[in-house]
Design a protein around this ligand. Structure first.
Ligand code: S3P
Length: 439
């Protein structure tokens, strides 16, 4: 992997064909973590072999868990039970992955050994007090830097106690960290979120036999029960499908079918938003596996119009906004997003970075503290920077379909964190994209 990887996309073209994007990142992390602390074997298929989920897998191995694979997306995890993890010999390096760091923080807070969590430059800048504060209230001992960032030093404590916690931000990572700590806590842990966020942790805990109660924005569990290993089929990642939903919508003559995509209603905000903008998207649910609904999504090009994005959809599409901003720039009229300040603390400040790149491409954008205003009107070519943020790189790549000149995108190496094989799948679908290693 090179930090200097760049994409060049030539204008024109359209997308077509039947595509299967890689496995869901959120579900892949949870499959490894929950499979590891379950009793007996867990067999996983469709696992995302991207850098982020591989960082979780490597960390679990360092904590003493035997995991076979991945081979063609298949893993066999030999679960060690809730109390079977062992101290790692060294620090756990979680690379670019916020999900790994925050979920491990919860999982390791109640262990009888110490751990230290680190990551790459981007991850070491991201806010961690949102997890360490509630975990401290449960009795955990976790040191951050003065700025509240990693490295995180987790010291063993004599025990954790359950907590009744109202999440100040809508974050599935924070919710999941508290629930994972709650497995090790005395008594009941209750988490209430300000808005519904992805519930893969809750669904997978239930699927592996852990008693958990979910109603609306509240979830509760008692510590000290058991997880039983099982079978986990990871669906294709709707967050990766999102680039093709946008690309096919904006490039006239496109028609793509995305196969076996996870359709969990806490993740489908991107479909709702695009449909409100006029996109021609048909969702065909096919099955439900391990508590996660799956289906095919067909998308054909259609004229898009700008909309005001309803705030309740924000957490349900939180990772898809970079792609949606491209759709908005190609739509007729104005799109307004508010209530999305969380975008500023993702792998990059996604409001600032997208606004910078869209301006280079001639778009009329006004970044706001908690969102953005985009007046649609088409894009020209130019040189933009993804600043090492995978979703920014892939979003600008799709813009290349309709821009009036080539788009050069610098800082694309991290695409492998969530979407290994993006360049070849996108080329196969009809995008004229080259990847090269710059200096
Ligand atoms: C994730 C939750 C979201 C999302 C991230 C994955 C998860 O983060 O942006 O890509 O797997 O729980 P937040 O919890 O910070 O919103």
């Amino acid at each position: 992997m090179s930090a200097a990887r760049q994409f060049t996309v030539q204008p024109g073209g359209r997308l077509s064909g039947e595509l299967r994007v890689p496995g869901d990142k959120s579900i892949s992390h949870r499959a490894v973590m929950l499979g590891a602390i379950a009793e007996g074997e867990t067999r996983v298929s469709g696992f995302l072999e991207g850098d982020d989920a591989m960082a979780t897998l490597a960390a679990m191995r360092a904590l003493g868990v035997t995991i076979e694979g991945p081979e063609d997306g298949r893993l066999t995890i030999h679960g060690v039970g809730l109390h079977g993890l062992r101290a790692s010999d060294g620090r756990l390096d979680l690379g670019n992955s916020g999900t790994s760091m925050r979920l491990f923080c919860g999982l390791l807070a109640g262990q009888r050994f110490a751990s230290e969590l680190i990551g790459d430059q981007s991850l070491m800048r991201r806010p961690m007090r949102r997890v360490t504060d509630p975990l401290a209230a449960m009795g955990a001992s976790i040191q951050t830097t003065e700025a509240g960032t990693a490295p995180l030093s987790i010291e063993p404590v004599s025990g954790l106690r359950g907590i009744n916690y109202n999440l100040p931000v809508a974050s599935a990572q924070v919710k999941s960290a508290i629930l994972l700590a709650g497995l090790y806590a005395d008594g009941e842990t209750v988490v209430t979120e300000p808005a519904v966020t992805r519930d893969h942790t809750e669904r997978m805990l239930a699927g592996l036999g852990y008693p958990i109660e979910q109603s609306g924005r509240r979830v509760r569990l008692h510590g000290g029960e058991r997880l039983q290993g099982g079978v986990i089929d990871v669906p294709a990642d709707i967050s990766s499908a999102a680039f093709f939903l946008v690309g096919s919508s904006i490039a006239s003559g496109s028609n793509v079918v995305l196969k076996d995509v996870g359709l969990n209603p806490t993740r489908t905000g991107v479909v709702d938003i695009l449909q409100r903008m006029g996109a021609a998207i048909t969702v065909r649910p096919t099955q439900s596996r391990g508590g996660e609904p799956i289906g095919d999504i067909e998308v054909a090009s259609a004229p898009l119009k700008g909309i005001e994005i309803p705030t309740e959809l924000v957490p349900l599409a939180i990772d898809e906004f970079p792609a949606l901003f491209i759709a908005a720039a190609c739509a007729e009229g104005e799109t307004l997003l508010r209530g999305a300040e969380e975008l500023r603390v993702k792998e990059s400040d996604r409001i600032a970075v997208m606004a910078e790149g869209l301006r280079v491409l001639g778009a009329d954008v006004e970044p706001l503290p908690d969102g953005i205003r985009i007046r649609g009107g088409g894009l020209q070519g130019g040189r933009v920077h993804a600043y090492g943020d995978h979703r920014i790189a892939m979003s600008f790549a799709m813009a290349g379909l309709v821009a009036q000149g080539p788009i050069h995108i610098d800082g694309c190496a991290e695409v492998d964190t969530s979407f290994p094989g993006f360049v070849s799948l996108a080329s196969q679908a009809g995008l004229d994209i080259q990847s090269s290693e710059g200096q």
